[in-house]
Ligand binder design. Structure first.
Ligand code: GRF
Length: 191
């Protein structure tokens, strides 16, 4: 019996692809489906190429219906990974997946999190602050943006001449390196 994973992503999906590749030969973990709220998201192309089913929904369907929850049930999902997903997970899903949804944030929470803090805006804020370090935070998801219990953090340097792009690149490489490993650890501890 494998642990069935759903990945939610709103954009590019490079983390989603990295996670899929990481678990490709693992018999205990199966990435069953990608879900996105953005019909133009590049993650949809990746899903096609990787032969993973992809489900597209809109914000209202997520917030005010059981359409997404039913999709998760249809695929017998045990655990959810948010990888660049920009909407809040509603209570109907949180209730069915308590401590079974995790997210990655491209900074060291509790700093630089919350509504609207995603992508370049996060790296802009970090650079403007003059902080010496940024990094990644992997955390459980609850009903508030970026506030669930922290599972893992890893720091990287913020350099004097960093632009949001150069810092994003450094943070992304931490994500690629650590996110799949942390997912695996959480899964093996919980299932
Ligand atoms: C990542 O930086 C992640 O931390 C954040 O959104 C970004 C997604 O990048 N939550 P990608 O779509 O995986 O390339």
């Amino acid at each position: 019996m494998s642990i069935n994973i759903a990945i939610f992503a709103s954009g590019n999906g490079s983390n989603a692809e990295n996670i899929i590749n990481f678990f490709k030969d693992n018999n205990n973990v199966e990435i069953k489906i990608i879900l996105t709220n953005n019909e133009y998201a590049y993650v949809i192309e990746r899903a096609k190429r990787l032969n993973i089913p992809c489900f597209i929904f809109n914000k209202t369907e997520l917030k005010n219906s059981n359409i997404v929850l039913n999709k998760l049930k249809e695929y017998d999902i045990d655990f959810i990974v948010l990888a660049g997903f920009l909407l809040k997970i509603p209570e109907n899903i949180l209730n069915v997946f308590p401590k079974k949804i995790i997210n990655i944030h491209p900074a060291l929470l509790p700093k630089y999190g919350g509504k609207g803090m995603y992508g370049k805006k996060v790296h802009d804020a970090v650079i403007a602050s003059g902080d010496e370090y940024s990094g990644i935070t992997i955390h459980y998801v609850n009903k508030n943006y970026d506030e669930g219990d922290i599972i893992f953090q890893k720091k990287c340097e913020v350099k004097n001449n960093d632009t949001p792009e150069t810092l994003a690149k450094r943070v992304h490489s931490l994500e690629y390196n650590f996110f799949p490993k942390v997912i695996k650890k959480v899964l093996y501890e919980n299932f």
